[in-house]
Design a protein around this ligand. Sequence first.
Ligand SMILES: [Zn+2]
Length: 411
Amino acid sequence: MTRCRLCGSAALASVVDLGATPPCESFLAADRLDRPEPAYPLHLRVCTDCWLAQIPPLITPEETFEEYAYFSSYSTSWVEHARTFVADSVERLALDPDAFVVEVASNDGYLLKHVVDRGIRCLGIEPSVNVGAAARDAGVPTLTEFLSPDTGSAVRAEHGPADLVVANNVYAHIPDVVGFTQGLRALVADDGWVSIEVQHLLTLIEENQYDTIYHEHFQYYTVASATRALASGGLTLVDVELLPTHGGSIRLWARPAEVAGEPSGRVAEVLDREKAAGLQELSGYTEFSARVAKVRRDLLRFLIDAAERGETVVGYGAPGKGNTLLNHCGIRPDLLAYTVDRNPYKHGRFTPGTRIPILPPEQIAADKPDYVLVLPWNLRTELTEQLAFVHEWGGRLVFPIPELSIVEANS
Ligand SMILES: [Zn+2]
């Protein structure tokens, strides 16, 4: 194990070891099934000096992002989340048409298109070639690049400093957290704002969300460790919002240290909650591993019992995190015949490691299975509604996390 990537300490304590799994976005085409698949250890540790939770950076973002299968626009609730965020930010920061907004990891332009619609100048920085091309097709100016201090300076030199830099769902995805943060500082105006959304380690631990640990998520933040990470690039945390996205995220509002001032009362409140949960000492991390093992036993018991009764179980969704769950539990097509996904890129492919076929969503209504196991459990409200049709034939929805729950009709 290497040293902590934020503070350089060698004091890294084990939190949970999920074994070795293939990269979670490496969906297999049929002609790859007779070939070997590399598997990489997935072992979460926490630095007992700065309390940044992290996994070893075994798979580089370059390998992941050349052709990325995740298009944000396929999630209805995600698109709505982006629309609301843009509306609120324009108001909060009083952004007028002269403003300049940069989004890092802008994906297919799902967020910046709302900025374009308001006539505000913007630029997306997106490393994935195929996803960035989709953004440009949708009218969102997009640069195909990873953010580094050099990229940040080059964009600032060409386009001017940004009044708002948005970095949603990327701060966990970059192994060089210090260089990335310096890149954010290079982009943002000296009196500007940086807004970052990232999963919250507090809810990850409290609600057993261990399937959100995967190779592309190199680190897992508390507000305390995020504050240290931001400071490494000259940014100071000013405010924080708690969001329900991804089962529990934090939206960090940061500014250049010189203009930041005192953090809000909300920052102090969340820091207090994290401290009360023991996340500034080892006690908050020690029982997580046993609770993860229980999720696995409960899900396997359910699937094996259903198979013994001759009942059919299929999956809904093929998100990256579903693959941590499927691989850790060891679920293959004998227990889960197939899963479905709205993203046509995944149709006809197979889940990495567990090799479960991925079909179009219409297959569920055609087959009328007894149970539908929902892999993107974080979209529970949206999907309980969208999948209510399975109750028409007496089918039930199954959510594996935070603990196994089965949703009957009218419940
Ligand atoms: Zn550290």
